[in-house]
Design a binder for this molecule. Structure first.
Ligand SMILES: [Zn+2]
Length: 231
């Protein structure tokens, strides 16, 4: 708490044990110098751009769209709208955010402000240490996500700036053609945050998020420190 502002970390610590998109290599770290031997400690780290809590730049699915270093910094600080469907979907790994959920959210909390980052809480963050539960069975990805109709409404009617979720991906695991990524958000330059946690600590409206993504030159995305500020 600083000057009445509460700070909440929405980031999963990044290391070799995290659940990855199937087939993607886990992060690796190699110690290159040590305090005992060299007088200072540092490692060399390599990671897939979409590891852990991370950012998808629009070029992730659309050739020629914005790379991560070119995403305007002002677009990385946004009011958050947190839609919680964990209670409604329960254990349903095919659960989706429906237009009806958005309508009910707005009836209860008011209109989602233009330019918001809409963060979907599915409850899957509780399983982010358990690959089978979090991602589904090998060859059969299963986790909840944004339905196409709801995502379209948020982009076209609410002019949102970004989407985020507490699962491996914005599109539900079963949506193997990634309709939200490829048809709804990235073509319009809208970014994503995936593998968020601690969404249950945020109010429906009123928090802001700061997306500390690495400006990797020409990159498709990057692990990101995502920080929420609660006035
Ligand atoms: Zn991604």
């Amino acid at each position: 708490m600083l000057n009445g502002v509460k700070v909440i970390d929405l980031t999963i610590p990044l290391g070799e044990g995290i659940v990855m998109w199937p087939g993607a290599q886990a992060p690796e770290a190699e110690t290159v110098v040590t305090v005992a031997h060299d007088g200072y400690f540092a490692r060399r780290v390599s990671f897939f751009e979409h590891s852990g809590t991370h950012f998808d730049a629009p070029c992730h699915f659309i050739e020629g769209q914005t790379t991560v270093d070119k995403v305007p910094v002002a677009s990385l600080v946004r009011p958050a709208a947190v839609i919680d469907i964990a209670g409604r979907i329960g254990d349903d790994a095919d659960g989706e955010l429906l237009l009806e959920d958005v309508r009910m959210f707005e009836e209860a909390n008011g209109r989602i402000p233009d330019g918001s980052a809409v963060l979907l809480r599915t409850g899957w963050e509780e399983f982010n240490h358990d690959e089978r539960r979090y991602a589904g069975a090998p060859g059969d990805l299963r986790f909840p996500g944004f339905g196409v109709e709801a995502a379209k409404f948020l982009v076209d009617e609410r002019k949102i700036g970004g989407l985020g979720t507490d699962t491996l991906g914005i599109d539900p695991g079963g949506a193997t053609h990634f309709p939200v990524h490829s048809q709804v958000t990235h073509p319009k330059g809208i970014w994503h945050l995936e593998n968020l946690q601690n969404l249950k600590l945020l109010p429906p409206l009123g928090a802001w998020i700061v997306v500390g993504v690495l400006p990797l030159i020409g990159g498709s995305g990057s692990p990101a420190r995502v920080i929420a500020l609660l006035p």
